[in-house]
Structure formats: C-alpha cells, structure tokens
Design a binder for this molecule. Structure first.
Ligand code: GLU
Length: 446
C-alpha cells in the first residue's frame, strides 16, 4: 500500500468530545502505523458559527491526546478552490441553479408526503429556460445550486463495513452552494480531499449517505476516488448521541478532570472493536490494535466509569520517571519510593498530594486511644527504617499491649495517616520516618 494520507475534519463550532476523538484517533493512528500523513482540516466555511478559539482548542486537544497533525488546513482560506470546482461542475451541467424558497420547498415536501411519495426534490429547476431564470432574477431571486445526481445504485467497498451501497434515486440533488454564494459542507470536503491527495476518508457512519453523493462529485471532478471507511458512533451509556453543542464529555473537560490521555485514547479506540477495552499506555501499541475489519456495526456505548477505571489502571502501572515532573508541579514529588508506595491507591495522578501529606506532613493525627498510641510510640524501633520496620514494630506493640489484628492496626493507621484506608503501612512507615511517627502517635500535627 502506498502511504496513506488521512484527515480529521471537525467544524470548529464547539469543543470536540470523545466521539470526535475516536474519529481523530482512528485516522491519526492508522497514519502513524502505516507511515502516512495525518491532516487536520477545519471545516470552517460557516463563518458565522465557526470560531478560531474552538479551532485552537481542538489543536490543543489533539496534542494532548498525542496525535498532533502533520498538516493543518482551514477551509475558510480555500474559497478560491471551491469557486473553481463549482464553476467546473456548472460547465459540465452537473450544478444547476434553483430558485425555490425554503417555504416553497417545504410546501412541496408536505404535498409529496401527503401523496405517499418520498420527499425528494423534483428537479423542477432543471426545466427552467434561460428566460425563466432571467424573469426569476428580475423578481429579486438569487439562485442556490444543486448537484445533479446520476440515479443509480452507488456501490463501494467500505474499509469498515465491507460492500456498501446507496440508491441515489432516493436522494434529493444536494445543494452545494447557498443563495448567498456560501458553501455547504459537501463540495469543499471533496475539493480538499482531492487537493490534499487524501487516500482514505475515515469518518463516522452518519456520513454514509454523503459518501454516495460525494463519490459522484469525486468522479465528476476526477481523477481519484478515495477509499471510504465508516466507523460506528459513540453514544452515552444510556444510548444518547454525543453532542458538541451540549458539551458532552468534551476532551477539554476530561483533560481538566485530570484524566490521562492514554485512558481516553484506549477507550475511544477500543470500545466497540473486537479487542477488549484495556489501558494501553503507548499509542504505537494502540495503533497496532486498530482493525477496521472488526469494528462493530452497532453504536458503541461509552461509559464514563470505564474511563475512570482505565485511568486508575494506567496510574497504577505508571513508572516514576514518567510522572516525576507532574508530581513536582503538584508539589508532591516524594521520590521513587513514595510513588511506588502510593500509586496503587490513586485514581488520578492529581490525587498524589493527599498522600504526600500523609507521608511527609503536615498531618493532624486521629487518636482513638491515647494510652495505646503512646505505648506504641514508646516501642518504635531505632532507625534507619526500611520495609521490615513495620513488622518488627507491630510485634513489639503486640507484646507491650496484648492487642492484635484490627484492634491493633486501625488505631495505628489512624494515628499515622488520619485515614482508615490507604497504602500498606509497611511501605508508608519508612517514608513517614521516626520523627513524624513519634509526633503523630503523641497526637501532634507533623
Ligand atoms: N465536518 C464534517 C463533520 O464534522 C466532516 C465529515 C468528513 O469527515 O467528511 O462531520
């Protein structure tokens, strides 16, 4: 296979969510695996709704996920190309002027439905003569432009869904250019896919019908038609579609919630595939797991709790070297031993400072039995402390107090950590050290 060139083409009208991330990752990781190129194309022809701020946040999100694009293009800077393509289509007789108002179209649609006919545009405008058009324009009407479909069973070999087809005679000729000369999504997308030599159009399955239309536009403009792949969409756990507008699970919010990008990427890529959903720390490994032949046909449900569990599992396996700088930024770099002691108790890296306080203070102890705690304090072994100190000490405490089991451990844990649960005390104790341990067992903040 020659090197693929793929694109992720969001319209920057909001923050992208995990469903968009799924499409971006499928493209980017496929390109990465095959040594290809990943293009980020902003579909910002709608100048009213598109915002630079959203485009910039999408770039930040992709960089955070670990898939910065190789190339960035903005459709708002490429209108000349679209003008040129629409002129060509007009010359070929594939783009024709229509003058119906929205109300007229709606009226016709209702009439067709009432007669039990499919609400397909009747191509009345194709029958207009030059004089008719002049007369309409004299009334002040401006044309919008429709692409004349060839009615046939449009077939393609879908990268994901296998043999696919859409009967284009059941579709209205799509409007490519609005009355005010602005472009709808359909044409600019094809023009750019041609101009950027896109080899694979990998996108959500909500675009299947567009594909039939766009294949005809590709063929009209020539010379090449890319391979298409339509990936199932993500829904919420309750089955609702994700919406940019509603700010569903935006990547920005997941990032701000302190989730690891690899947790988001693992879930976004593996959910609804033949692979089990599991945390994959390395994007190259994740890229190898993408298998377009075995992506489920039905919508994949995205469960936020699954994301949290993937995140925790990634953190539990995270080597100190990889997290060191982040711990420092959180004022919680307690060294490798500290990280190894506490990481198993973290849901997020951002939870580390709480344990840093437990290990290194200041911490207000919880004393449930003052006499017991002082007795335990008085038999603390001399330093230096290591992983065996806990056992030596608790045996001495048992001998001195006669207590054992939970009655012995819980008051010690509460005094030393102020909490009922946490990492093994055997690993925490050497970090806490003799001085703090002594103070805490005496009821002093340390
Ligand atoms: N802007 C379109 C969308 O977000 C792009 C679709 C495509 O990939 O062609 O749905």
């Amino acid at each position: 296979m020659s090197k693929p060139v793929v694109r992720f083409a969001p319209s920057p009208t909001g923050r992208i969510h995990i469903g968009n991330a799924r499409q971006a990752l499928m493209n980017a990781l496929f390109a990465r695996r095959e040594g290809g190129t990943f293009v980020l194309r902003f579909d910002d022809t709608d100048l009213g709704r598109s915002k630079r701020e959203y485009a910039d946040s999408i770039e930040v999100d992709l960089a955070w996920l670990g898939i910065p694009p190789d190339v960035v293009v903005r459709q708002s800077e490429r209108f000349a190309l679209y003008d040129d393509a629409s002129a060509r289509l007009r010359d070929m007789g594939r783009l024709y002027a229509c003058y119906e108002t929205a109300e007229e179209l709606e009226f016709r649609r209702k009439r067709q439905l009432a007669r039990g006919l499919p609400p397909v545009y009747d191509r009345a405008a194709l029958k207009l003569s030059a004089e008719d058009r002049i007369a309409l324009e004299a009334e002040g009407r401006r044309p919008h432009w429709r692409f004349r479909l060839e009615h046939r069973n449009e077939v393609w070999q879908d990268l994901v869904r296998g043999p696919s087809h859409v009967d284009t005679s059941s579709l209205s000729d799509p409007i490519l250019v609005r009355e005010d000369g602005t472009y709808l999504y359909t044409l600019p997308s094809v023009v750019d896919d041609i101009a950027l030599s896109i080899t694979h159009v990998i996108r959500g399955e909500d675009h299947v019908t567009n594909t039939a239309v766009q294949i005809q536009i590709f063929e009209a403009l020539g010379p090449h038609v890319p391979i298409f792949g339509h990936i199932n969409l993500l829904t919420t756990a309750s089955g609702e579609g994700l919406s940019k507008r509603l700010g569903h699970l935006s990547l920005t919010s997941l990032r701000e919630a302190g989730l690891e990008p690899q947790a988001v990427a693992s879930l976004a890529v593996l959910v609804g595939s033949a692979e089990s959903v599991r945390p994959i720390a390395d994007l190259d490994d994740l890229a190898r797991l993408i298998d377009f032949d075995h992506i489920s046909r039905s919508a994949a449900k995205f469960d936020e709790r699954e994301l949290e569990s993937l995140n925790a599992r990634l953190v539990h396996d995270m080597p100190y070297e990889r997290v060191k700088d982040r711990l420092a930024a959180l004022d919680a770099d307690g060294g490798e031993e500290f990280w190894e002691a506490v990481k198993g108790n973290l849901a997020k890296v951002a939870d580390a400072p709480a344990w840093h306080r437990v290990a290194f203070g200041p911490l207000e102890p919880v004393i449930v039995d003052r006499v017991f705690c002082e007795a335990a304090r008085d038999v603390l072994p001399a330093g230096p402390w290591d992983l065996t100190t806990w056992k030596t000490w608790t045996e001495a405490v048992k001998a001195a107090t006669g207590l054992k089991g939970k009655a012995l451990f819980m008051p010690l844990r509460l005094a030393l950590t102020s909490l009922e649960h946490g990492p093994e005390l055997a690993t925490l104790l050497p970090l806490i050290g003799p001085e703090r341990a002594k103070a805490r067992l005496s009821g002093e903040t340390a």
